[in-house]
Write a protein that binds this ligand. Structure first.
Ligand code: ZN
Length: 58
């Protein structure tokens, strides 16, 4: 099992915004779910399916 990294999420309105450690792009997650593990919304280009990260507060 691969450990997913922890990233600092920035609050933007109703979203938590992160720079993805897998693909380097910006992903948004609904802030309603709070912090914790999320599956990355990568558009492909080599990021393994199902990989994610743990959101943490700045
Ligand atoms: Zn990504």
């Amino acid at each position: 099992m691969v450990e997913d990294p922890t990233v600092i999420a920035r609050r933007e309105g109703d979203d938590l915004v992160v720079i993805c450690p897998h693909c380097g792009e910006k992903h948004r997650h609904g802030a309603g779910g709070g912090y914790g593990h999320r599956i990355a919304h990568c558009s492909g280009r080599g990021t393994p399916a199902g990989r994610g990260y743990f959101l943490t507060e700045a």
